[in-house]
Design a protein around this ligand. Structure first.
Ligand SMILES: [Zn+2]
Length: 839
């Protein structure tokens, strides 16, 4: 896994590292493109459910060819997915995928929006999705985004008319989009939003269809397209040296944690959108038909346009600064425009262009990457004009201070101005962390109190500097967040966001501790200092029937950034029990209970996340037979570590090590998830695995998908995989064969063992098997027929072959007792007989 990560990152690092972390400075071509875009007053909002759902070909086309202001509203942050590049899952994966979307938008020129919906995992039907999400809240967020972004055109990625054919989140995104289209302009709906924004009616809404929704290319060719528009999204952009579809591929390749690194494509390619509702088009192929997207669209805009269209027509690529007088004239006119929306959008765009034309370099960098409230850091403030324009640095103002620092200095062409400032972070400054993780979320929703934050991709930076300039007589303020700039010998110049962190944070080495008997365990707590000279103590909060000693331990850390490790002894109760332990660091009477998590990948900016520091402790009532387990690793699951936690001796068997001699010593051999989908060698090694069973071994195979299986026969008998899955983690489980030894030895398994499961029951269950197999469990999602393929066992020769699609790989890391007890039984299969024989 690590190697895959390295090579993927290597390929893309040259494309993305610089743009991902260094504040963007536009070159002449980019300034020209920005001016073209400045002169288009039209906007498109693309709506889907997850990071990576978005069609970057169309987003890039709208942004770079049509020159519309384009945004992607992803209802979720993709927390429910898997992570191919690192250990982060759930909320932390959502943080990575948020940043990957922002990285994609930096490539394709779009903007990014979100709702508060939480990606809770696979959902078969929008009916289920819209119950687990708070439908009204998500709808209100879509309305909020429409009212703020004010799109002329909405394009749905998914079809609202075909529930059940794709992920329930997908269909829901389209259904909510259709509803919001009708509500956004109704002042009686979500009226409280209107204190911060206005109503808005988008002109029309489309569905971004393709052959995929028709089942095949042939069927799509035959389909009636009278209600569709199409675009050649393979257009070439000479200013970029890239085709639109190449830009799109680079953008979607930012979704590295989802394994989206891909080859680019070139050449003509049609993309279709189907008209759904709004003002009909009269046979034209212009999505903006009937909308004036010129400067005349806004009152007072015509005069602005007269200036800016000329700049576009006569653009001076050699010296863009020659356009500054006209740009400043347009800027002044723009400030008098009544339309608040367009004034704000276009002022922002125009300021970026003015800054780039003047070759301005404005930066505030801290001497450290992070600090705690109530501490002081040094800032280097740099201001540079790289043009002949007459520019004064009137003053600058730190966001932490009430008043600015007056300078009134001429910024002579290419003469650097540098200032050192001490900056004290206020005591009440909020920590740098994703705003949607500040409050406890539910399964379906993030909780955000501040309406103004909803929809934003990131928490706005708390520490910034306003540079108040006077450019050719026009006062303009540029705002720059404080950054940390540094270099590494093997990487060059690097940027990180400057962050405010607590004075201490604490973390526990593992998220789950399993106690398979009443033996105590030593648990290590790492305390990290967010400032110099930390003194205090750490104690542990724990469940009533558990004990922890010592009561508290002293902490003394001299330097900011250093850590101190302390060890607590945790003693479980005698009987089955579970709960949470939390380290609490007491500094001068203030308790700190958060963990500081750092996420560092080269394709996205460095992220710090504060989360409650807690680990689950589980005292299992569990019996085991056999100790020596061989494990053939599949697609990155943590099952081996989990089994080690309950005392098994796990040996990882590499595919090339699979042989009769090597297998014979194991009490059981477990095959990791999707191993038969990803390990080519299993084609040749399957014989040894099945022979091992025949000779008395115990083989446990976890889920595989039926596409791209590397073997013809997974099992010694007929076994047909399907897409059957049970996504409701609370779906009731019927024990089909209560007397079967797998459900009785050595642990008596009852329906209680299926309580407290997370995310799902299981997936890709077989739906056909030969009579040698005994199905042990039955379960189903609401409204579906019962599925009996989740756990199948067959005698083969002297041994046992077990196939299971139950999601042990999800339950173990969550410390689900019943999953451990059941798996211990699977590992003990066949041991009952040997015991009897021995006796
Ligand atoms: Zn999706």
């Amino acid at each position: 896994m690590f190697q895959i990560r390295l090579c993927i990152l290597f390929v893309f690092s040259c494309l993305t590292t610089l743009s991902a972390q260094q504040p963007k400075k536009l070159n002449s071509s980019e300034i020209y493109e920005a001016i073209q875009k400045l002169n288009v007053l039209g906007s498109v909002l693309y709506i889907a459910a997850h990071p990576d759902d978005e069609n970057t070909r169309l987003i890039s086309y709208m942004s770079n060819q049509v020159k519309a202001r384009t945004a992607y509203l992803s209802l979720t942050r993709g927390d429910g997915g898997q992570n191919l590049i690192g250990p982060e899952i759930r909320e932390l994966l959502g943080v990575i995928r948020t940043q990957e979307l922002l990285a994609a938008r930096r490539v394709d020129g779009g903007e990014q929006r979100f709702s508060r919906a939480n990606d809770f995992g696979y959902s078969k039907h929008p009916d289920e999705t819209l119950v687990i999400w708070n439908k009204d809240e998500v709808l209100s967020d879509v309305v909020w985004t429409i009212r703020n972004f004010k799109p002329d055109i909405i394009i749905n990625r998914f079809d609202h008319r075909s529930p059940g054919t794709t992920h329930g989140h997908h269909t829901s995104s389209a259904m909510l989009s259709m509803e919001a289209f009708d509500l956004a302009n109704d002042a009686s709906k979500y009226a409280s939003q209107l204190q911060l924004t206005d109503t808005w009616q988008p002109k029309r809404i489309f569905f971004n269809t393709s052959w995929w929704f028709y089942g095949s290319q042939e069927k799509f060719e035959e389909a009636d397209k009278s209600n569709m528009l199409n675009f050649d999204i393979g257009v070439f952009y000479p200013s970029k040296g890239l085709s639109n579809n190449e830009v799109a591929a680079i953008a979607s390749s930012q979704h590295l944690c989802q394994g989206f690194g891909r080859l680019s494509q070139r050449g003509t390619q049609e993309e279709y959108i189907e008209f759904l509702k709004g003002e009909p088009l009269n046979g034209s192929n212009n999505i903006f038909e009937g909308i004036d997207t010129s400067w005349s669209r806004v009152k007072g805009g015509k005069a602005v346009g007269e200036i800016l269209y000329k700049v576009e027509q006569n653009f001076n690529f050699r010296n863009p600064a020659t356009h500054l007088p006209q740009l400043l004239e347009a800027y002044k006119l723009l400030q008098n425009i009544e339309d608040k929306h367009w004034k704000s959008v276009k002022t922002k765009e125009l300021k970026t262009i003015i800054e780039a034309c003047a070759g301005l370099y404005l930066e505030a960098s801290a001497n450290v990457p992070y600090t705690a409230p109530n501490t002081t850091v040094s800032l280097n403030i740099e201001a540079l004009n790289r043009s002949n324009a007459t520019i004064d640095l009137v003053s600058y103002k730190l966001s932490t201070l009430n008043s600015g620092t007056s300078k009134n200095m001429k910024m002579q062409n290419n003469q650097r101005l540098n200032f050192d400032e001490g900056i004290t972070i206020p005591n009440n400054a909020s920590y740098t962390t994703p705003y949607w993780l500040n409050k406890k979320s539910t399964l379906g929703m993030y909780h955000v109190d501040n309406q103004d934050l909803i929809g934003r991709p990131e928490t706005p930076r708390a520490v910034f500097v306003n540079f108040n300039l006077n450019i050719e007589g026009t006062p303009i303020t540029f705002t720059k967040p404080v950054i940390y700039r540094y270099s590494e010998p093997d990487k060059g110049e690097l940027y990180r966001p400057f962050e405010i962190i607590p004075e201490v944070s604490a973390s526990i080495s593992d998220k789950v501790f399993i106690f398979d008997n009443d033996q105590q365990k030593e648990i290590e707590v790492t305390v990290k200092a967010g400032r110099d000279a930390i003194e205090g103590y750490v104690q542990m909060a724990y469940p009533n029937d558990w004990s922890v000693f010592p009561q508290k331990q002293k902490i003394e850390i001299v330097n900011k950034g250093d850590v101190q490790k302390v060890v607590f002894t945790v003693i479980p109760p005698k009987t089955q029990s579970e709960g949470l332990i939390t380290p609490m660091v007491n500094i001068n009477g203030n308790f700190y209970t958060d963990e500081l998590i750092e996420i560092d990948y080269s394709h996205i900016p460095f992220q710090t996340v504060l989360m409650p520091s807690e680990s689950k402790v589980v005292r299992l009532d569990i019996e085991k037979r056999g100790n020596n387990i061989g494990y053939i690793e599949g697609a990155g699951d943590v099952v081996p570590e989990s089994l080690r936690q309950i005392g098994y001796n796990i040996t990882i068997i590499k595919p090339e090590q699979i042989s009769a001699e090597n297998l014979v010593n194991f009490d059981a051999v477990v095959v990791g998830i999707r191993a038969y989908n990803i390990l080519d060698e299993l084609k040749f090694k399957q014989k040894f695995l099945l022979d091992y069973v025949k000779e008395g071994g115990n083989l446990i195979v976890q889920y595989n998908t039926n596409r791209r299986l590397k073997v013809d026969d997974l099992a010694p008998y007929h076994l047909q995989l399907s897409r059957d899955r049970v996504t409701d983690e609370n779906a009731s489980v019927t024990i089909l064969n209560p007397n079967h030894s797998l459900l009785n030895f050595p642990n008596k398994i009852t329906t209680q063992d299926f309580e407290g499961w997370v995310q799902e029951r299981g997936l890709y269950f077989p739906n056909e098997w030969s009579e040698e197999f005994t199905p042990l469990l039955s379960m189903n999602d609401k409204g579906e027929s019962s599925k009996e393929g989740s756990l199948l066992v067959a005698k083969y020769g002297k041994g046992n072959y077990i196939y299971t699609g139950l999601s042990f790989f999800r339950e173990f890391p969550a410390g689900v007792s019943g999953a451990y007890r059941l798996f211990a039984n699977l590992l003990s299969a066949g041991k009952e007989e040997t015991n009897k024989l021995k006796n």
